[in-house]
Write a protein that binds this ligand. Structure first.
Ligand code: GTP
Ligand code: MG
Length: 266
């Protein structure tokens, strides 16, 4: 008789146990029956039966707590939308190209706690994970990133927990982006809580680079076509940096032209 196995399919929330004792995951990858696979967007966890029980218990408890991260995330998005609108009305600028937001998936939360050597508990989630709520703000130009950061610092009910400036100091692989952990107040019926949100502010070009690098990192590239992928990415990052400097000069010329225009009342 086939051994009893349980599989968690994170993508559709379903559970699949096949008669042959093989588990089919969302990607239809088949793995041996002895292992249970919890599949996230970027990683795969192999859990034994005990660990799977703990995972299920943890994710069950997590749902209530995720609400507050969702509230914090939505409020951060609105704050950026308001800044964009205000700059558009008063300065004739639209610094933000678009905004993305996400709540970390239960499997990623679980995996990250284990990676940090922490028990998967709600207490540890709240204490150690600063990126459960994430907001990514994509700007047109590099100066817009700086401007938004300056405006964020002036919001005095926000607590800036940590800033990592990978634009001034790119990562060795070429990654560029400005990361800020903020705590934003969320009001409940009888309490207020400062809830952390990871904010990433970057330009369209930085985002374009990061998306490709992310895909290359996680989708194991079988065929490299003789490319030095890491070297190419570093080189592309430098080209993008240089191009952005030049585009900024042109954008500045556009800005000063527009402000002269509006002073003349046209
Ligand atoms: P992690 O959240 O575990 O990555 O570590 P950390 O808390 O030190 O975070 P950091 O601020 O360095 O990065 C946070 C997030 O930025 C990551 O989860 C990614 O979304 C993104 N990021 C950081 N480094 C890279 C990179 O080299 N490439 C890409 N594509 N994204 C990155
Ligand atoms: Mg992260």
């Amino acid at each position: 008789m086939a051994p009893e196995v349980k599989g968690v399919n994170v993508h559709d929330g379903g559970m699949r146990v096949t008669p042959t004792g093989m588990i089919r995951t969302a990607q239809w990858k088949i793995v041996p029956a002895a292992e249970t696979v919890v599949k996230g967007s970027t990683q795969e966890l192999l859990l034994d039966a005990d660990a799977l029980d703990r995972y299920e218990e943890f994710t069950g408890e997590m749902h209530a707590i995720l609400q507050k991260y969702e509230a914090a995330m939505r409020q951060m998005v609105v704050r950026f939308e308001i800044l964009d609108r205000d700059l558009s009305l008063r300065r004739n600028r639209n610094p933000i190209h678009h905004i993305e937001s996400r709540i970390k998936s239960p499997v990623s939360i679980y995996e990250k706690l284990l990676r940090y050597g922490k028990d998967p508990t709600i207490g540890n989630l709240e204490e150690y994970l600063m990126d459960v709520a994430g907001v990514r703000v994509i700007c047109s130009y590099k100066n817009d990133v700086k401007r938004l950061m300056g405006l964020l610092r002036r919001q005095d009910d926000l607590e800036i927990v940590r800033v990592k400036n990978y634009i001034e100091n790119p990562k060795p692989n070429g990654y560029r982006s400005l990361h800020v952990i903020v705590r934003i107040p969320v009001y409940f019926m009888d309490s207020k809580e400062m809830v952390p949100v990871e904010v990433q502010i970057r330009t369209i070009a930085m985002d374009y680079w990061a998306s490709l690098e992310h895909d290359l990192k996680y989708k194991a590239v079988a065929e490299t076509h003789g490319l030095d992928i890491a070297g190419e990415l570093q080189e592309c990052s430098r080209i993008i940096e240089n191009m952005e400097e030049r585009m900024q000069v042109l954008a500045n010329a556009l800005d000063s032209g527009q402000s002269k225009h509006s002073k003349l009342g046209k």
